[in-house]
Design a protein around this ligand. Sequence first.
Ligand code: ADP
Length: 666
Amino acid sequence: MKMFNKVLIANRGEIACRVIRSCQNLGVKTVAVFSDADEHALHTLMADEAVRIGASPSAESYLKYETIIEAAKQTSAEAIHPGYGFLSENTAFAEACAEAGIVFIGPSAEAINLMGDKAKAKALMDEASVPTVPGAYGSDLSEKDLKKAADKIGYPVLLKAVAGGGGKGMRVVEKATEFADAYAAAQREGESSFGNGEVMVEKYLGTPRHVEIQIFADSEGNCVYLFERDCSLQRRHQKVVEEAPAPHFSEDLRAQMGEAAVRAAQAVGYVGAGTVEFLLDGENFYFMEMNTRLQVEHPVTEAITGLDLVELQLSVAAGDTLPFTQEELTFEGHALEVRLYAEVPHENFMPSTGTLLHCKFPEENQYVRVDTGVVAGDTISHHYDPMIAKIITWGPTRNAALQYMQKALHDTQIVGVDTNAAYLANIMKYKDFAEGNVHTKLLERDQTAFLMPEIQHVDNQKLAALYWLETLAEHQPLSDDDPHSPWADMRGWRLGGSASIRIPFVDDELSAKAKGDNWAFDDGTVAHGTVYGEMVEAVIDGHKSVATIIEDEGALHVFSTFGHSILTLEPENELEADDTAVLGKLSAPLPGKVVKVTAKAGAKVEKGTSLMILEAMKTEHHITAPADGTVDELFFKVGETVDKDAVLLGFTPAAEKPEMAEKVAK
Ligand code: ADP
């Protein structure tokens, strides 16, 4: 096998760690790059060398390709692996690598360019007899032409910014009268996010599946397909759950789509790993786009084929011929992947930032794989994508993979940021998903089912109570009211015996009395427990259980066989935030960058009006008026970055409104 001596990884997080791992298996030396925020990140520790490339914002580090190429030269790296995102589909970077005599692990700049433009790619596919969604495209088409085409195709139609990606720049048009507004929005988003306002139109399919084909090509013109992945479970066009092979998918369709994907790759002289994305509507499939890089979800393909795609990428980039023909390729079993995000599903999936106080993933074995770039103590910062980890399971059947995934999610413990773990667990339990009846609208259509909170097991409450009684109660101050009461000094309770102690959980009224070596709870439960660090070992009504308990911001997180529960403790100081303070100013819910200011100082606005838009971790957040009122003052301009809780603008609610006045007076 041809191989490099040293490779630089122009990325961070789980993908950087994952590429480093493959390099290490091959004996290839690795160079990591890092921003200030990532000085202590896992990828910098795993690599043989690590080079600082700039400040925390990606524009000042991971996107600065001259600096990265300089780092490769300095460390004598022969090749650069771009991972996904950042510079992976940047033609200028691919060209600059070539000029510097460094191998860019990916296709040619020309192929990236052709596939980066949805309209150009579609034209090419039409030539290569790869089916595309009916529509109209071309830089010579005016808004009027596109409207005419839309009327002919029939509504609903989808407008797409040709340079769009990551679900941005797309607008569904339900009827002709909505066309103009949607067109303007798609054009604006294409212009502002990708520097290209060109828009195309296509038929909007109702409930299609997203099925993509992994292809691999070498520099001698050999090209194979490594089967399909179903990525239909998406939220706002972003993938959440992926699997391989696709459920309810015939051999015949597999061959047809695989061959079409190979034609697509060959049409642009593709070299390396690539993914051809299709929409599948019944048995009809349509080319959507080609991603000229490794995909986030590549592990499910690895799991069913037994191949290491990064190893293949390196060897093909080093000039090797593909080690197999299409006929030699097979797959076995079924694999699932979920993306574990730091986000708050109940608050419209707002990203959650913070330090990972506790971070435990399921144990890896032949059925479970975890790709991550973080460990406990690391920070999920607003500078980058809030993905914490990818969890991948494999089983001989889809059902087995699903069972392993349920267990793997159950065994995942994160404290410090909110996560979508319960949301993912709900998806795994959902009937349509279990039966493989997936489509791209499923997550949004049945959202309430996926947002259901975990059922709180009463034993988790007891485990937390025992932990509190055995550790925290001892630290409680003496009661101010009656220092001589028998249970004012809780350190003495065991001797006092019969006094009842109230456990200060906010939502779960509970008290207990010492009874011999046990605690007798007021609901009749009798239990005792011993605390060892973060573990509590207990016997509750004669049944043994063990839990990990983590204290965070006045709450106890319990992880046990009964699942994850959070028990909030009453604050020691009962004073709560004053509503007037909240209404008097509007602050940033999370750190980010101001991308739009719609409010004007002095303007009267209605409740719910968008006043400002913050962008954080690739998502836009609207700061809206909490009530009817007046904007007093603006503290930030477009382009400025804000910290969490920074006061963004002054706001006075209209006091004459009775319910408002009442709130303010409280
Ligand atoms: P991006 O480049 O932003 O990822 P894609 O063209 O890959 O955009 O489309 C992303 C997702 O949008 C698809 O997976 C699918 O769910 C949806 N989508 C795209 N085109 C259509 C269409 N014509 N009809 C219905 N859904 C579509």
